[in-house]
Design a protein. Structure first.
Ligand code: FEO
Length: 400
């Protein structure tokens, strides 16, 4: 048997994607376990390819397709999302198989044109449109800004299967193709990280999507995202998880992030965390030069407090702290209580600058923060402990 076989995921559908064991950086997101680019082949009278793969994986996808059919027999290609991890191989695929029709959302048509500057006709579909493939009908649902303007999903009622593009996915390379063949703790960790880093800013739209799916009463036995495993056992579990993350329930958990030059701000960070714990609030402490920002985002998703520490360096906050807050601010986390702290040598601007950034992020600050000249004394560390306790107290009060 040749390598790179297609994998059947339902009566009419094969997985024909690619596994990227090597990728460790996905436009700034740390993909420490690699990823997959999932493409799917629908066996109907009109043979249909749903999404493609990142450009370097064209050969792998074509070999998987060839394991079950002659690729030139593909009649239709559907592009649910124009980002290059799913369309990088699209122009070459179109060139090789010469499909009769290529479909995308209206925004997708524009996005594909802007990416590839091609004269290929791409037909636009909208929510509610159906495409009869002969023996199977694709139902399209636009999911604008989940997470790009062009995003859409396609439902195949004959197999009770939803092609959900990035939705309900994760960056996880594996030899297994299905959720029930992988540990749930691993799936939860990677799904949470994916949601936090890609979907957090669009949580209101995620809630609406989950409501819409429920309202349409779609029966989904198989959920096919464009990254990670196909869901066939825990479909409702991952939908419920997304709904929970989108609605941001108040979990009494804190996050203390900091950087330090000579250990003073680091010592303060540990005292702040002790103060939170004293009030019964568990917190995690992350030194930012030793922690990737996408891992901080993953932890922030389920946290209700964000306390930030930075030394003053050349009149500003430390670069790693600035980078992290710039990233977290873009993710628009909601409902956070927090505070700032730091050490300084002579000018001491860091706490004031941190307060301004946290206020812009709509973090509810419990105080004006606390700063220490050079090295904290015992009573300074007690004040850091009290700062952590104050944050925890407010968090618990707001959590009810
Ligand atoms: Fe997996 Fe938004 O691309």
């Amino acid at each position: 048997m040749k390598p790179f076989q297609a994998v059947r995921v339902s009566e009419r559908v094969y997985w024909v994607g690619a596994v990227d064991w090597r990728v460790r950086d996905f436009h700034g997101y740390s993909t420490s376990r690699g990823s997959t680019y999932n493409a799917f082949l629908v066996e109907a009278d009109r043979l249909t390819l749903v999404d493609t793969v990142k450009a370097p994986f064209l050969d792998e996808m074509m070999q998987r397709i060839s394991s079950v059919c002659d690729p030139s027999k593909i009649d239709v290609i559907v592009s649910n999302h124009s980002e290059m991890d799913h369309t990088g191989a699209l122009p070459d695929t179109v060139e090789m198989v010469k499909p009769s029709e290529v479909y995308a959302s209206k925004m997708g048509v524009d996005a594909l044109a802007a990416h590839f500057h091609w004269d290929r006709e791409v037909k636009a579909v909208s929510s509610g449109d159906r495409l009869d493939l002969g023996g199977a009908v694709l139902h399209f649902i636009e999911t604008r800004m989940l997470h790009w303007p062009d995003s859409m999903v396609a439902y195949l009622p004959e197999d009770r299967l939803l092609f959900s593009q990035d939705g309900f996915g994760m960056h996880l390379a594996s030899t297994e193709r299905f959720d029930d063949l992988l540990p749930m703790a691993l799936l939860e960790e990677e799904a949470r990280k994916y949601y936090a880093n890609i979907l957090m800013p669009f949580s209101g739209l995620v809630e609406k999507l989950v409501r819409d799916i429920a309202g349409m009463e779609l029966e989904i036995d198989v959920l096919c995202p464009d990254h990670g495993p196909v869901w066939r056992k825990n479909v409702q579990w991952i939908i419920d998880k997304w709904n929970t993350w989108a609605s941001k329930p108040k979990i009494p958990r804190g996050l203390v992030i900091y950087d330090t030059m000579w250990g003073s701000t680091g010592k303060m960070a540990r005292a702040v965390a002790e103060g939170m714990l004293h009030k019964g609030v568990e917190s995690k402490v992350f030194p930012l030069r030793a922690t990737h920002i996408s891992d901080v985002a993953s932890e922030l998703l389920e946290a209700s407090a964000l306390v930030v520490g930075s030394p003053t360096l050349n009149g500003r906050i430390f670069p790693s702290v600035a980078e992290c807050l710039n990233y977290l601010g873009g993710l628009k986390p909601k409902g956070l209580v927090g505070a700032a702290f730091g050490s300084y040598g002579w000018s001491g601007e860091s706490v004031k600058e941190l307060n301004g950034i946290l206020e812009k992020m709509k973090v509810h600050l419990v105080s004006g923060g606390f700063s220490v000249k050079y090295v904290p004394k015992d009573d300074d560390l007690e004040k850091c402990f009290e700062l952590g306790a104050a944050v925890a107290g407010e968090l618990l009060r707001e959590s009810g």
